[in-house]
Design a protein around this ligand. Sequence first.
Ligand code: CAO
Length: 437
Amino acid sequence: MTEKVVVPDIGDIRDVEVIEILIQPGEEIDAEQLLITLESDKAVMEVPAPFAGTVRKVALKVGDRVSQGTSILEMDIRGPDESSIADGQKAEAEPEPEPEPGKEPMLEVARRAGLDPLIKSMDTPATTVSPVHEVLSSPSGTGVHAGPSVRQFARELGADLSHVRGTGRKGRIVKEDVKRFVKEVLTGPGTGLFDLQALSLQPEIDFSRFGEIELRNLSRIRKVSADRLHRSWLGIPHVTQHGDADITAFEALRKKWNSKSAGPHLTLLPFVMKAVVAVLQRFPDFNASLGPGGEELIVKKYYHIGFAVDTPDGLVVPVSRNVDGKKIQELAGELAEISARARVKKLRPSEMQGGTFTISSLGGIGGTAFTPIINNPEVAILGVSRARLQGVYEGDALCPRMILPLSLSYDHRVIDGAAAARFIVFLADILARPEAL
Ligand code: CAO
């Protein structure tokens, strides 16, 4: 029997471009073998064969634009064994009813599978449509050979079929292949969601072809921090909110204290830490972690503030505990002592654990703004850049003010942009008024 196969229901999209014709006249094809690939603005879709058989005539060419119902090809159907029918169109196992006079068995099977509306005509050549395979925004998935149920299964698990090796007939992907792939990803190296090692692979290039080179081993600290930073960058939707704080009054106070006090030298950082704690107390969602299933926010009632320390071996983040209960001078002494030990690798692991919020201050070095990477499992991090004297209008008068640039990166799964802006505004307000602390 000859059937005409047309473009199936592809949603509201019309005039979709044919980017590949995967069969040719005279070719023997299997049920579910891919016939054509379509590409719209949003997705690449594959149309599989509804039946096995022989292609008689191909009605399309690459570049044609098609909509639902456009003829793809005519084919002589192989049958009537059920193996010639696409997975998605197979009927439940049940006794074969007598074919109705004048109607072909294959169409009966399709009808029992609930495909009546899709069968356009019982005339010869009959017209058959096949469920479209959508390759979700992944043109690289073009050519993936898998049935609709397997695709559905993969979609539910979030598995990209273009990375799955098919062990079925002619390399077709079966459910077991998807299960094995997911298991490998979950138990293999990387985070479980991404194979970080694979993602980080650098191309092998012989740079010595272009000039002199030197090979240096990365320090253990750098390797560990690289892995953590990469995970955080990939796993957390980061947004950075920038803002300025007028710290003129704080700077005057700090200089005065430093000139008079015999205690530890005060830098800006302990003031910023104390101010941050005041802001965290006002906005507790920033002093939190997302629960393992992503369904709960674990809000912490303690304020352990991590601060990034630049060491010759790389970045480390010691944690100052219960900052809310510490005085500025006590904090200043602690910061100096801990960062000195960090730079000679004398920190204990426990001193780098339990942080609830991190501050990364590059102000001692310079720069105007940056996008700090969240120290997972925290949900936000404050970047501090170098304060500079700027002219600011106060009424009509242009006044010199010391302005501190702030950059707050936050996890957008947990924190909204408006909350982040409020955080920065409140922090700037506290830093403008020493008496607020
Ligand atoms: N604006 C202007 N001056 C600043 C400043 C700022 N934002 N921050 C610090 N300074 C000044 C300090 O006040 C100090 O000057 P004075 O002696 O006149 O007071 C000078 O710069 C040096 O400060 P510091 O950097 O040694 O001390 P700190 O307390 O501000 O910071 C520490 C300590 C450990 C955070 C810092 O030394 C450090 O390692 N920073 C790098 C952090 C980092 O690498 N972050 C990147 C992480 S992501 O890759």
